[in-house]
Design a protein around this ligand. Structure first.
Ligand SMILES: *Cc1c(COP(=O)(O)O)cnc(C)c1O
Length: 402
């Protein structure tokens, strides 16, 4: 029981109303389980939003934070620090990248990626070649540049004018990309698995085709792996599953397992365009965040965790397919690895919230994406008994709605 004097009503009193949080206030977590102020227990199939990939209160991650907390928290970018250098080394050794830039959120990593793409183009091709092609339904963050690039125009309502020079093409349609290319284009940005837009995986051929288009036209290919990276697909990064190498990759969410950190990764020849003074952020490369992120990567990038992903995915997708068949609740089940979506069929798609609420009541945390898709992003290491129990709870709760 919580004796706390704050509750859900406090949110309405003191918080800017950008969110509409549920009534439940989680106060502690362990592994795939979370407890609220009243002591109710939930199984977490959301992982925040694909953030806590190793579950809550992971002892190894906690130790990394505590060890670093006892040493030094901040030194500014006027000096570098050991955890940042070690994290940079780790990322360069384990991905295509030769250089890393650290920031604090997915949006900031993307902001850096978009600015770098323009700067690189400016260096190599001069003025006027600054357009970025992105995709309908994509999500890249909430800064003004990242919402302008994102494929959901309503996120710009009331904030216009946004940055110019963004074009949108149709996801999984390479021909629509070619139509947008001109001598003003500098880069293409894509989520290998669209998360917020409704859990839509890119076709394998589509990303290969984008690589070819970029090579033929001298464009940079940017993969936004903020949601689908860090083990979610069963590989450390999704591009390794697709066998398509980007020029720039952004990663955040699960990178800190709940501690804020993001990174933009790229090759040395591209990184060279971000010369001293061209970009920066106070907290980027913070020692606490970097110590946590390196431990997270070391723990995720093991056979044990990565090989456990397809097994759990199989269980989850088998269950979703069976539910679809038996109840008619879902019209499509899709995803990659442990980022799965079940698109609600009519008429259920008019009340997605009812499914989330019923899940919550039954003691399971799930997410929504793209308005009508129930999204699952459980910890990569969720114990099978926890997953089974969560699915049993959901089955009872959702069958009652069908
Ligand atoms: C969540 C997300 C972002 C934005 O990350 P923030 O940390 O919220 O700024 C960007 N791109 C994708 C694909 C995301 O899922």
């Amino acid at each position: 029981m919580s004796n706390s004097s704050v509750n859900r009503a406090t949110f309405d009193e003191v918080m800017v109303p950008t969110y509409a949080p549920g009534d439940v206030i989680p106060v502690s977590g362990e592994g795939a389980r979370v407890w609220d102020q009243e002591g109710n227990e939930y199984i977490d199939l959301a992982g925040g939003i694909a953030v806590t990939a190793l579950g809550h209160s992971h002892p190894g991650v906690m130790a990394a934070l505590q060890e670093q907390a006892a040493k030094i928290w901040h030194v500014s970018n006027v000096m570098t620090n050991e955890p940042a250098l070690q994290l940079g080394q780790y990322l360069c050794e384990n991905t295509f990248a030769e250089k890393a830039f650290f920031a604090n959120s997915g949006a900031e990593a993307n902001e850096a990626a978009f600015k770098l793409a323009r700067r690189y183009s400016w260096d190599h091709h001069g003025d006027g070649r600054h357009e970025i092609i992105a995709f309908d339904g994509s999500f890249h963050g909430r800064t003004l540049f990242t919402v302008a690039v994102g494929g959901q125009p309503k996120y710009l309502d009331g904030f216009r004018p946004g940055p110019e020079g963004v074009r949108h093409a149709t996801f999984n349609d390479a021909a629509s990309v070619k139509e947008q290319i001109s001598d003003r284009t500098c880069a293409i940005v894509v989520e290998p698995v669209q998360g917020e837009g409704g859990v839509r995986p890119a076709d394998y051929g589509f990303l290969r085709e984008l690589r070819r288009i970029c090579d033929d036209n001298g464009l940079l290919l940017i993969f936004d792996e903020v949601q689908c990276g860090v083990g979610r697909t069963g590989r450390l990064y999704a591009y390794q599953d697709y066998h398509v190498e980007p020029d720039i990759l952004t990663t955040a969410k699960a990178l800190g397992n709940g501690f804020p950190i993001s990174a933009m990764l790229t090759r040395a020849d591209i990184a060279a365009s971000f010369t001293v003074g061209t970009h920066g952020t106070t907290y980027g490369g913070n020692p606490l965040a970097c110590a946590v992120a390196r431990r997270v990567l070391e723990l995720v990038n093991t056979k044990e965790v990565l090989d456990g992903v397809p097994k759990r995915q199989q269980r989850l997708s088998d269950w979703l397919e069976a539910m679809a068949e038996e109840t008619g609740l879902f019209r499509d089940v899709r995803g990659r690895g442990l980022l799965m979506g079940a698109e609600l069929a009519a008429p259920y798609d008019e009340n997605t919230k009812a499914f989330v609420s019923a899940a919550l009541e039954a003691g399971v945390l799930v997410l929504v994406a793209g308005g009508t898709v129930l999204r699952f992003a459980p910890p990569l290491n969720i114990p099978m008994p926890d997953l089974n129990e969560a699915l049993d709870r959901l089955e009872a709760a959702w069958k009652a709605l069908s």
